[in-house]
Ligand binder design. Structure first.
Ligand code: VGL
Ligand code: ZN
Length: 214
């Protein structure tokens, strides 16, 4: 594909806490930086997201008495995986990964900032009713296709891709510019769900440079 003026690259959560050594390290998470930077150079338009939680966020195991990281609990809006404390607003771990070509982004969207609601998705929070505003932003700018990359395949990338599709966008995920947490087969499940929703997969090498239309 050759990215055009109606395409937007959506770079999900390439942040210090999701890199090796981070609070919620994604295996090989740092391997996405080089391909993501290449993509940032090819797309005329890009949006980045940042997972951005207040201290004592509801998704943190430590916020629940006896809570254990990677366990699932039942909250008012449904089931929630408990995570180690990560991406706390203003912390070093919440910073975008060093070396990420973030200057190319036209918008940095922060999500997961409501204390009592998580948001894997860049579009719709975990209560499945609170919008982040991103669908409206992308529509208003005339984008019709969303191409995703970043972290993590099985959580924030997959949820964002599914919600982008549900919001009516054409959606592609760059398969070698994502990495997953892979908890109990969650990466394979995520790819299956995305395929069933009509979301395409593309290799970074199959994306060529942007050529401005005459
Ligand atoms: C993510 C778990 C918790 C992600 C964010 O970026 O995929 N995963 N918060
Ligand atoms: Zn989070």
């Amino acid at each position: 594909m050759i990215p055009g003026s109606r395409d937007v690259l959506l770079v999900i959560d390439v942040q210090v806490d999701f890199l090796p050594g981070g609070a919620l390290a994604v295996p090989e998470g740092d391997a996405v930086i080089a391909p993501v930077n290449r993509l940032l150079g090819l797309f005329p338009h890009a949006v980045l997201t940042q997972d951005w939680h207040p201290p004592e966020h509801v998704s943190f195991a430590a916020s629940h008495p006896g809570g254990i990281a990677f366990d699932t609990v039942c909250l008012a809006y449904g089931s929630q995986v408990l995570w180690p404390e990560h991406c706390v607003q203003g912390s070093a771990g919440a910073e975008l990964a060093p070396g990420l070509a973030s200057e190319r982004a036209e918008l940095v969207l922060r999500k997961g900032h409501h204390p009592a609601v998580d948001s894997y998705s860049a579009f719709l929070e975990a209560d499945r009713r609170t919008p982040t505003g991103l669908a409206g932003y992308l529509r208003e700018r005339g984008f019709t296709r969303v191409v995703l990359c970043g972290l993590a395949t099985d959580y924030c990338v997959a949820w964002s891709a599914l919600d982008a599709r549900a919001a009516g966008f054409e959606v592609l995920v760059v398969e070698d510019a994502v990495r997953g947490i892979d908890h109990a087969g969650s990466v394979a499940r995520a790819w299956a769900e995305m395929a069933a929703a009509g979301i395409g997969r593309i290799a970074a090498g199959a994306i060529a440079g942007y050529t401005a239309l005459p």
